[in-house]
Design a protein around this ligand. Structure first.
Ligand code: PIT
Length: 348
């Protein structure tokens, strides 16, 4: 059963001015999706070459046969019961999130021990890959434009009573290779907030994880806002505020909540931008800005933004992204070896 959302295609003209390009109408109207059991998705969709791999699994380009509509298909192997319940939870959460800053769900299938999640197609790649491109001029204004959209997405997610719990740069994709529009992906860790239940979790990427998660304390919407503070710090400087030599060291740094702006990358960064980060990287979650408050912060509302290029930041961001690529490659090899694959690497 597919319900068309009445909000379609309600997208603001205001954002056209703000983000510098037209807010393209979505490729399809918002839909309410139920997981289809024992229906072969390949009868409706052609699964095409791989688009990318992440902690979330493998995503392929895909095309709906009847309409020719191009989409993305995330295929999740579900041999174990937990894998299936996790996939079902994610689909359930995604099916009620209808917003232009969030990747949209198109369809879902549970077929032969795999869950197929059919998603909106975005082709601009990861945000950080885009900002280190030689053609991209990284300015404080650009950082503010990205952070504003991330906060808009977060405000919506929280308004629907959901906590994302895995906000990190890899989960922010660009809509196109040239525009400045982003989409938040990966709701694999997302949880519905229930005030009657104490919500504690043990996951996330240490570098971006809030102290309350590492302490196994109660989590709340503010847990995402800490991660947004870390993302913003990295975007402005190319440095990661809490990263240490190993996971344990990083964890300690996060728990102490100590970080500094005393690096040359920050020389060109405005006091407003630092104030924004400062108000998110607060150990006491209840004192952090909410997404709604963040959107009202001076840094995200002022029109006179600094448009000088953050060149030290860009050099450092390149290093940061290249290091992440290596870590990802090594993790992929480890995972493949575990699966018993033979790997031949050509070292040219
Ligand atoms: C695309 C293109 C691409 C990756 C993705 C979508 C991934 C989306 C995604 C969405 C989720 C999730 C994991 C991955 O849990 O390169 O159109 O909700």
């Amino acid at each position: 059963m597919i319900k068309v959302d009445e909000n379609y295609p309600a997208q603001g003209a205001f954002t056209d001015v703000l983000y510098g390009s037209r807010d393209l109408a979505p490729a399809f109207p918002y839909r309410h999706v139920n997981l289809k059991q024992n229906v072969d998705p390949r009868q409706q969709f052609d699964i095409l070459p791989e688009l990318g791999r992440g902690t979330f699994g493998t995503v392929f380009l895909c095309r709906e046969r009847d309409t020719g509509l191009e989409l993305a298909a995330k295929i999740v192997p579900c041999k174990k019961k937990k894998e299936r319940t996790d996939a079902i939870r994610e689909i359930d959460i995604m099916s009620c999130l209808h917003h232009p800053r969030l990747i949209q769900l198109y369809d879902a299938f549970d077929y032969e021990n795999k869950v197929y999640v059919i998603l909106e197609l975005v082709q601009g790649g990861e945000l950080f890959e885009r900002v280190i491109d030689d053609d991209f001029v990284l300015t404080e204004k650009a950082c503010a434009v990205f952070m504003r959209q991330i906060c808009e997405g977060m405000e919506y997610i929280h308004s629907r009573n959901i906590i994302h719990l895995d906000m990190k740069p890899e989960n922010i994709l660009c809509l196109t290779k040239t525009g400045n529009r982003i989409k938040i992906i990966d709701f694999g860790f997302a949880r519905r907030y229930d005030p009657d239940k104490k919500l504690q979790v043990m996951f996330g990427t240490t570098e971006f994880t809030a102290p309350e998660v590492l302490n196994y304390d109660e989590i709340y919407f503010y847990t995402d806002m800490w991660s947004l503070g870390v993302i913003c710090y990295v975007l402005l400087s190319g440095l990661s505020p809490f990263v240490g030599n190993n996971d344990m060291a990083t964890m300690n740094n996060v728990l102490q909540g100590q970080y500094s702006f005393k690096y040359s990358s920050f020389d060109a960064v405005s006091e407003d931008a630092k104030d924004f980060v400062r108000k998110l990287l607060v150990r006491d979650g209840s004192k952090r800005l909410t997404a709604k408050q963040a959107l009202k912060h001076r840094w995200l509302t002022k029109t006179a933004q600094n448009t000088t290029e953050l060149s030290i930041t860009k050099t450092k961001l390149k290093r940061y992204v290249i290091k992440k690529r290596w870590i990802k490659a090594v993790n992929t090899i480890i995972a493949l070896r575990r699966m018993g694959a033979r790997i031949d690497i050509d070292l040219v």
